[in-house]
Design a protein around this ligand. Structure first.
Ligand SMILES: *Cc1c(COP(=O)(O)O)cnc(C)c1O
Length: 371
């Protein structure tokens, strides 16, 4: 099945009670037992399972081509869960460029519980091999945040697995519409469903999808059930609704972003445009192989440093000055400001999340702000 059809079918639920085409929301925290103590629908208590979460988790597995899907209270809760499946003394390798919360979680929380970590340039396979040291998990993020570096998923996954590590890919920016890391050899996919999955900047949620129903998936299930960072029924319902238009949105956002990137790459006041489908991008060849389109995200670096970046940000009229991404509205932000103490982002960098406005209007807005 093509992803468009899959997105509609995987999110459809047969409602046994009322034959409703749009599913009901089960807010109930608890579920009734039969006199013989059996549970007719398998649910006991909503921290362990809930009908809306079950439906979403089923859809996640189908969309990413895995066996097990899990829905969390946020992307960070999903990330924390997979780290909590490791033990003190274990080592994790993460990319030098990654969503700032991933290293921040390792540095401020996980390290105190005995996890060690190293940041590596994932375009350098030898550097990855050299960094191995009782390494149990290798984390990928491609395109990366905020530099849009491209990692060769297949190459890194096979190298890391040969050395005995679990390979997890943060697929938030690409989504399964553009890239399916499990098909390219990864063991686990992570998502901030807050972004493209929800798609409307109105919910916080996260996902893990496991290629196999193995001991890692089982462990993660237990950490989730006991830790309790589960997605609420209403959020699950909203994400299921969002997923139905995921392919449409992501394709249009990619098309718009490619046009904006092209415009900015020609502009005299821009020092660099980071967008994987621009021909001069360092990861262009690999991006062409593993991604269907370039995605809706891009970063730019301005000539004249931080001052010029902040000036551009203050002058836009259509773009909304806010953090986050993946919604229908275009956003612009100065990453160094948003990231704070852990920031390694260049000071002259602005990150753009391209929405569903007409690309000509977005380009016109940037053109006037750059004048
Ligand atoms: C937003 C984001 C996260 C964190 O997800 P939350 O839902 O904010 O907890 C992780 N990775 C990437 C790439 C993100 O964009």
């Amino acid at each position: 099945m093509n992803i468009e059809t899959l997105a509609i079918r995987a999110t459809h639920i047969t409602d046994a009670n009322a034959s409703a085409v749009a599913p009901p929301i089960y807010l109930s925290t608890t579920f009734e037992r039969e006199p013989d103590i059996s549970l007719p629908h398998g649910h006991v208590y909503s921290r362990t399972s809930n009908p809306n979460r079950d439906a979403l988790e089923h859809a996640y597995a189908l969309l990413e081509g895995g066996k097990v899907g899990m829905a969390f209270a946020s992307g960070q809760a999903a990330t924390a869960t997979i780290f909590q499946c490791l033990s003190p003394g274990d080592h994790v390798i993460i990319p030098d460029d990654a969503y700032y919360g991933t290293p921040a979680l390792l540095e401020e929380v996980m390290q105190r519980w005995g996890l060690r970590y190293t940041r590596v340039d994932m375009t350098d396979i030898e550097a990855l091999e050299r960094a191995f040291d009782n390494t149990k998990l290798v984390w990928l993020e491609t395109p990366s945040n905020p530099m849009l570096k491209i990692t060769d998923i297949q190459a890194i996954a096979s190298t890391a697995q040969a050395l005995g590590a679990l390979v997890v890919c943060d697929n938030t920016w690409a989504t399964p519409v553009l890239q399916r890391p499990l098909d390219l050899g990864c063991d686990v996919v992570m998502h901030s469903a807050t972004k493209y999955f929800g798609g409307h900047s109105d919910l916080l949620s996260g996902a893990l999808i496991f290629k196999e129903n193995n001991h890692w998936a089982e462990k993660a299930r237990r950490v989730q059930a006991l830790g309790g960072a589960v997605a609420a029924p209403f959020d699950c319902w909203l994400i299921l609704r969002g997923l139905k238009t995921l392919a449409l949105r992501v394709r249009q956002q990619s098309e718009n972003a490619a046009k904006v990137a092209e415009f900015l790459s020609q502009h005299a006041r821009i020092a660099a445009v980071h967008y994987p489908f621009l021909k001069n991008h360092e990861g262009y060849e690999i991006a062409q192989q593993q991604m269907k389109m370039g995605g809706g995200m891009l970063s730019i670096q301005l000539k004249g440093g931080e001052k010029e970046a902040l000036k551009l940000k203050s002058k836009v009229k259509l773009f909304i000055r806010a953090t986050s991404l993946g919604g229908v509205e275009s956003l612009i932000e100065h990453r160094a400001t948003a990231e704070g103490v852990h920031s390694v982002s260049p000071k002259n960098l602005l990150r753009l999340s391209i929405g569903l406005e007409h690309p000509d209007d977005l380009i016109e807005d940037l053109a006037q702000a750059l004048q």
